[in-house]
Design a protein around this ligand. Structure first.
Ligand code: URA
Length: 238
């Protein structure tokens, strides 16, 4: 990248317009290499770092895509904005330019667990498109005993009256009387809940524990997040 104007960098990092970024810089809110810079046209180089709101970012990292693993809690919604409910991206308060970050796919309001949040639209599409068949694995607690016969029914592919197409084959493992591990490859609307519903059971707790071969980091409490490692990104498609 070589050198780049400070107002351009600040605008990219914060989501501010170029004009507002200039104003922000003139107000003395931006440091480059530990020095407050007031000139929006100041040229910053790759090897330097920029500090905004006490957050330091290496210039060479600024145009890299960002990938986070979130342990979604109940009660927050996978949407960019909502009038009444907290949105998942609000959990990433320590990051800059939250507007450019989006959930890769949706979990229901009451579903917890693994969610990828990113500003990489291509990756988002790859994870969520049913055609790509990226597997998603859930732990489902049910109101009634899960009978062995459900394993075959899930595998055959069930048809829900509200859906035109049958669900593709899903894999069910019974872990406890009322606890099943379900792997689906499409990720359609309410898919796991509906599979159980079709067998006369209600899902009373649902947690996503894996996408592809990437498992939820169980050291993350609900509501916590961390950046994904490069090697973990590969696991999504392994
Ligand atoms: N299936 C569901 O029913 N709900 C989710 O949140 C995810 C998968």
């Amino acid at each position: 990248m070589g050198q780049v104007r400070l107002d351009r960098l600040v605008s990219h990092l914060t989501g501010l317009s170029r004009k507002d970024a200039s104003k922000f810089i003139k107000e003395g809110q931006v440091k480059v290499a530990d020095e407050t810079i007031f000139d929006p046209a100041f040229k910053v180089s790759d090897s330097q770092s920029v500090v905004i709101d006490d957050l330091e970012t290496q210039v060479s990292d600024i145009y890299k895509k960002r990938y986070f693993m979130v342990n979604k809690p109940q009660g927050c919604i996978c949407a960019d904005k909502d009038r009444n409910l907290p949105v998942v991206v609000d959990l990433l308060q320590d990051e800059l330019n939250l507007e450019s970050l989006h959930c890769a796919g949706r979990l229901d309001l009451d579903t917890t667990g693994l969610l990828i949040v990113t500003d990489d639209g291509d990756l988002n599409h790859k994870i969520t498109s049913p055609k790509k068949e990226i597997s998603k694995t859930y732990l489902a607690r049910t109101n009634l005993k899960i009978e062995e016969s459900l394993i075959d029914r899930f595998a055959q592919g069930l048809k829900h009256p509200k859906e035109v197409k049958r669900y593709k084959s899903a894999h069910l493992e019974i872990l406890e009387e009322n606890l099943g591990k379900v792997t689906v490859s499409e990720g359609r609307y309410h898919e796991v809940k509906r599979l159980f519903e079709l067998c006369g059971l209600e899902v009373i707790e649902l947690k996503r524990i894996a996408i592809g071969k990437l498992n939820l980091d169980e050291t993350l409490d609900e509501g916590e997040y961390r950046p994904l490692e490069e090697s973990e990104l590969q696991l999504l498609f392994a």
